[in-house]
Design a protein around this ligand. Structure first.
Ligand code: SF4
Length: 100
């Protein structure tokens, strides 16, 4: 890409919470064919959507545990299951031809 890490950060990134984020959206490297710097993409892009991060797993386990002690959390969880269950069934229907 011809940029140092410092130049890349100064040109494309901004500080965001404890890490970095792209300065502009959509990402300047996103093309109709996908990521134009895929082999060199930043670590955060490789980790996205962060499902392997300990804190994500911890939060999910906490949420599930809270269903046992809080009726409000339980009700929210039930509603999310209905909403995302419907969307997931539609996603599976649309994607099925590509999974064969
Ligand atoms: S993977 Fe990262 S660098 Fe590539 S298009 Fe997506 S956000 Fe941009």
């Amino acid at each position: 890409m011809g940029l140092s890490t410092t130049e890349f950060k100064e040109t494309y990134l901004r500080k965001y919470n404890d890490g970095w984020s792209m300065k502009s959206t959509p990402c300047p490297f996103l093309t109709p064919e996908g990521c134009s710097i895929y082999d060199m993409r930043p670590e955060t892009c490789k980790e996205y959507p962060y499902t392997g991060k300990d804190e994500i797993v911890f939060r999910l386990i906490n949420l599930i545990n809270n269903c046992k002690i809080c009726p409000v959390v339980f009700e929210i969880f039930q509603k999310l299951k209905v909403i995302y269950g419907r969307e997931f069934r539609e996603y599976k229907r649309v994607m099925a031809p590509y999974w064969r």
